[in-house]
Design a protein around this ligand. Sequence first.
Ligand code: CP
Length: 304
Amino acid sequence: MRHLLGIDDLSREDIERFLERAHYYTEALFEGSWNKTLLSDRVILHLFFEHSTRTLTSFEIAAKRLGAEVVNWNPETSSLSKGENFIDTIDTLCAMRPDAIVMRHADYGAPKFVAGRAGCPIINGGDSWRAHPTQALLDALTLRQHFGKIEGLCVTLIGDIAHSRVATSNIELLRKMGAKLRIIAPAILMPEKRPEGVEAFNTLEEGLPHSDVVMTLRLQKERMDRALISSDGEYFREFGLTTSLLDRLAPKAMVMDPGPLVRGVQMEDEVAEDPRRSLILKQVANGIPTRMAVLDILMTGKAA
Ligand code: CP
């Protein structure tokens, strides 16, 4: 395994390997017992063409926990602003021979394109609506930690399925791992082609009952070519999670959200902060061991 571009490239065994290593790092971080110089002579280049809080920061912390140096390239202060094109920018940065590149880009397939030109592992930190593989891995780690399994869980994704790379990668991963999948969205935010084996609903009333997990997804307005929802308030009234709704329709369901969470749109504050229900900060925390596992496996090729 040289690059991590998408979940669709991974077998169930590959996913297990990442999850087992992420589990190892979860425990090792707790005990303080991991190899802190594993990547001590390596330089990792972060190429984030889109903004990020969780992915960028947790990759940086993961790299530093393993002893690597990190260079955070910034498109706004780069020579892109002087007219240099994308390909020349990539070739220029690859000529500096980083040991790995973590990349986020708005265009479909950009990390795969870079993987064809770079001489180092490329890790997709999110491209277009298509892929966010490390988010899907950390979500799977969170599910396995909480429920002890993924197989057979009923996982319901709510929101902007059509534009969400988290939805795409999570559906691919959870299906491979044997979860039962549902999507709930207004018709306009459903994907054009319904993912195979996924039940689709247009209301919370229909889709929420018997869910073990509900994962809300942000309205990806930056990927909409026009306003598809008349207002955030209207969306919240139809698709926002409230304590009273969950108590009535899915009282045992755990709540997840990959972030960024827009409070009062995806869910009310009480749901986000409910320690009995919310796994949101657990997801964030799991970004570190998951990304340590990804860097370890791709950069050393040794983790078994
Ligand atoms: N979940 C996620 O990708 O968040 P960021 O955009 O903050 O990285």
